[in-house]
Design a protein around this ligand. Structure first.
Ligand code: F0G
Length: 479
């Protein structure tokens, strides 16, 4: 008998189904909830072996003797770093023992994703008065420049293995870039639905470059999701939005990498930007599974930061502790997280509650300032990613994070994804006066220090020298 490696468990009603029983929209037939992938060793499978659906009992899939062993895993994952095989070089598939979702695990659709750097942010830490601030930069190292690649290699490998010819997603730009790249790599056709005029140019150019059918709909992201849910009912296309639970299997692996990079240590706090709200939950799943297997002693707090103009989770946590969500009309220049009706709302609330994290919001001015600060550390990121630092400032100010706690910001996208935003900021025409009005004097002065507008000059050496001299006088080094 072929032993099932994994099953799908509804995060709403706990119904468990085999992989082949999933509907095209990846919604639970009983309650409409989203699924998580579970394995025989997932705590949920071990502790809760009977499902309400009665379809199957995950605890009975594989005998206990086949549970992954923590020390063997640590050794194996290190060994694979020296291998020349693509599957071992991938920062996702190097951990394939904890995402056994493929029938042929040695042959995924990979672009050597993952293996992203962990940087310290000494200036931001000093400014905040905290000892230990790190940034795991998912925009650097990943082939299309965002964290979406880790999830896309997983879900697209499943699509290819199951024989789909077409894949599709609705996106604020990064999912579509990643999907288009991995689909091209696998020889599949891809359809991208994006909100017209509301995604960054870098991302739009990527989906065209990788050969997707790119459809710019005159609506917002939430409108694109509505159209896509109609399309998948009518066409045999594989849905690659983050409701697809295989995406989370790839997106949980930065948690494994992070612990390796910290030599087995677990930070106290991990902070992610929140849009459709899948990423925090995926990382939470990664940490939880490591904990279940004895690889780490505890799970960090996971907090989510939303843009103030796209803050349905923040509002819900304030108003009813995440019991229910009221969609908003989203509006923020951090276009990656311009989402008013997040699909993974329930998962995000579950992650915040179970890890003891929080949800914060950040204004346009606060996001812009934090992005400039991350840029000034020589790292840079796209606007949505900078929401993490803006949220951290609030968590420190209100005492939720104490100086000795180790904090890791998840920077989700590369700074070159959205150069228009950066140029507008430095030229001084990003923020309106009413957006700057609530800024403190300290914030205004920091904006002034960090803004480096380009200067157009005649090609004359004296003029250039005079201008450099003036710049040195007026802008002290940000230390
Ligand atoms: N940061 C970036 C750069 C993103 O592209 C996204 C989401 C997020 C943060 C939020 O992650 O949705 O898991 O809460 N981008 C999606 C997309 C929606 O279509 O590219 P989330």
């Amino acid at each position: 008998m072929k032993v099932a490696s994994h099953q799908l468990r509804c995060t709403g009603c706990a119904a468990v189904i085999p992989p082949e029983a999933a509907a095209a929209d990846f919604r639970c037939a009983v309650c409409g909830g989203l699924y998580d992938i579970i394995y025989p060793w997932s705590s949920i499978a071990v502790r809760n072996p009977t499902s309400r659906s009665g379809v199957t009992t995950p605890g009975s899939m594989i005998p206990d003797t086949n549970l992954p062993n923590a020390s063997a895993l640590r050794w194996l994952w290190q060994e694979r770093r020296t291998s020349s095989m693509a599957v071992d070089q991938s920062g996702v598939w190097r951990f394939r023992d904890l995402l056994p979702i493929l029938d042929n695990p040695e042959n995924p659709v990979t672009l050597r994703e993952g293996n992203t750097p962990l940087y310290d942010l000494p200036r931001s830490a000093k400014a905040l008065g905290i000892d230990f601030l790190l940034a795991k930069h998912q925009g650097i190292g990943n082939p299309t420049g965002s964290f979406k690649d880790t999830g896309m290699t997983a879900a697209l490998s499943v699509a290819a293995e199951r024989g789909f010819d077409w894949v599709a997603c609705a996106s604020t730009g990064n999912t579509s870039a990643a999907m288009a790249a991995y689909a091209a790599r696998a020889g599949l056709r891809s359809i991208v639905l994006i909100p017209e005029g509301k995604i960054a140019w870098g991302k739009l150019s990527q989906s065209m470059d990788y050969g997707a059918i790119t459809l710019q709909l005159r609506t917002d992201f939430d409108g694109c999701v509505r159209i896509l849910s109609e399309l998948i009912r009518r066409l045999p296309i594989y849905l690659l939005n983050s409701v697809n639970p295989y995406r989370a299997e790839g997106q949980k692996t930065p948690a494994f990498e992070l612990v390796e990079q910290l030599e087995g240590q677990v930070p106290e706090h991990v902070i992610v930007p929140g849009g459709n709200l899948a990423n925090g939950a995926a990382l939470g799943k990664g940490f939880r599974e490591m904990c279940d297997l004895g690889l780490i002693p505890r799970v960090p707090r996971i907090s989510v930061v939303q843009a103030q103009g796209a803050n349905p989770l923040f509002r819900s946590m304030q108003e009813n502790d995440g019991a229910h969500v009221t969609p908003v009309i989203a509006d923020t220049r951090a276009s990656a997280i311009r989402i008013g009706n997040p699909a993974s709302f329930r998962k995000a609330v579950g992650t915040i509650h179970s890890t003891g994290g929080w949800c914060e919001q950040a204004s346009e001015q606060e996001i812009a300032l934090s992005k400039a600060e991350i840029g000034a550390e020589g790292i840079g990121c796209e606007p949505a990613s900078a929401a993490t630092l803006a949220g951290l400032k609030k968590l420190v100010a209100n005492g939720r994070i104490t100086p000795e706690e180790r904090v890791v910001l998840i920077l989700t996208g590369h700074t070159l994804k959205d150069p228009e935003y950066t140029i507008a900021y430095h030229r001084g025409n990003l923020l309106r006066e009413d957006e700057l009005a609530p800024a403190t004097l300290a914030q205004l002065s920091l904006h002034q220090t960090l803004r480096k507008p380009p200067t157009v000059l005649d090609a004359d050496t004296d003029t250039v020298l005079r201008t450099i001299d003036a710049a040195i006088q007026t802008t002290p080094i940000h230390a």
